[in-house]
Write a new protein. Sequence first.
Length: 356
Amino acid sequence: MTRQIGLIGPLPPPYGGMANQAKQLHQLLQQEAGIEVHFVQTNKPYSNQLVAKMQGVRALWRLTAYIIEVFKLTAKVDVIHVLANSGWSWQLFAAPVIWVAYLRNTPVIINYRGGEAGTYFKKSIKYVAPSMNKASAIVVPSGYLQQVFTEFGFVTQVIPNIINLERFKKTQHKTVDVKNPHLIITRNLEAIYGIETAINALAIVCQTIPNIKLSIAGSGPQKGELQTLVRHLGLENNIHFTGKLQPDAVAALYQEADIMLNPTTVDNMPNSVLEAMASGVAIVTTNVGGIPYIVSDKKTALLVDVNNAEQMAAAIISLINDKQLYRTLIDNGTLEVQQYAWQHIKMQWLNLYRAL
């Protein structure tokens, strides 16, 4: 008997964490015997270009078309799996699915992925709870988010993110280039990701390692501000903005890198950290949100405080100078990340689908 799964979420572009996870999950589920997947894309381009230019009209147009598509979906699937986020994304794309599925008697899984869930719930729980309580199951990707949901009275189960270990893998025995180390950041250029802290940290490291390089792979509203900071600090020869890269290009960048920086101020379960571990890259990251749930200080990464450029600089220098520590992080990280392979994750999803 073929199981009919309805999967709802965004697709690249842009190449964000949730969109990449939705695309991977869709492709991998389609390859499983006995499963047929019906995908509803939440960020589908507007078919009518005139409507696309009318801000209020286009929102109503998209929501109406989306609800009709979800209504049709409930008639042909056994269970619906929604990748959900905080804020307006929740109200526009997750809550309507729950209510349509509830009225149509179709089980629905909310796969909540927003790293800012705690802040969002504090402000909006009275709007979120009525819908969330109608979900058949709530799945989160980390113990951190599970703890947040528990504080607000929701029962969840943890099914981690999937990492493509065919694309992201260690291909060589790495040793850090002490005189010309190459660092990378693979995050969007947004204030919450704290990239200015990493730039300030690099300015400190440059005082002792003048040839250090940092590649920042991402795009976003902070680009101009961050470029101005780089010029102000005189780091134009040290820091390169690559722009947003597609997954294969990101994988190639990891192969060139000695250290990955994750200076974020808020996070849940960043794929960039897992991808770096899989690629054999040492990590310096802030200890915020769900990050301490997936890496351990001095075992799989070096953890530093948020917005602390001095600590980040010291961690970078210690990794460059301490070959044993560098090797320890890489070896442990490579082993740790194996649990996020599809062969381990798929049975968790398949068992949940069957149970519902």
